[in-house]
Design a binder for this molecule. Sequence first.
Ligand code: GUN
Length: 298
Amino acid sequence: MDGQLIDGKEIAGEVRSEVASEVEELRDRGTVPGLAVFLLGDDPASKSYVRMKTRDCEEVGIDTRDFFLPAETSQDELESRIDEMNEDPSVHGILVQLPLPDHVDERAITERIDPARDVDGFHPVNVGRLAKGDADAFRPATPAGIQEMLSRIGYDPEGERAVIVGRSNLVGRPMASLLLRKAAGGNATVTVAHSRTRDLGSVTREADLLIVAVGRPGTVDADMVSEGTVVVDVGVNRVDDPDREKGYRLVGDVAFDEVREKASWITPVPGGVGPMTRAMLLDNTVLAARRNAGSSDA
Ligand code: GUN
């Protein structure tokens, strides 16, 4: 039996409309949520992500300030612009699109952002809070989006064996922290596998919930998945396809067609995790604005 599709696009639409109502309430109370976005250089993929993020913000009523700066922008210049945004009461969230050019110290930039405005959740203070299991830590957008979509299909990871393939700071590590939390959407038994894991298939076959975030097509095939597994594919990879107008198509890290036959639920690529990531950035920005407005429900 084919697994059911987890429609990230549709679920993200639900999240966006809920965020839009929250924004309206905040606006009625005198707070207009604001997000500052920095992009250095003109990498086409980063530019397109940033454009989509700002378009999403407009749709839900979040004010955006975009800083499209030249690739040569110095460390000092970027830091002083971040400082300005840290001081600006109309800016509740700050996002610096990664990766940054080689001459910029990414770690110093990440640490420059006020943790209360760090809607990516990349500042060590927020990473630490999440790792400690604190309930009020910002959840980085991709793992938060995965947690949200699992909850909305009615899947509860409590007591389940979750296997995450990939140990990145953006996805694998924060995903493990979220699934371990003593809270709704957590309480799983978590294993993090990675490029040095011996016999990956023997680990992934143990999973009730399998989350793959490696960035390599075909990392997980049907032999590596047990019947009834919930499969979340975070990979977005371009593969050549002369039949497509653009000359390529997007595929995930999971061999979708064959794995779907064994999965109970599975996310497609595109249209799975990606739209959820964008929606959760909006959610975090509203959370930051609500906290700043002193609301007790933040
Ligand atoms: N680059 C790729 N993903 C992300 C993200 O979630 N946030 C930022 N700031 N940069 C990214």
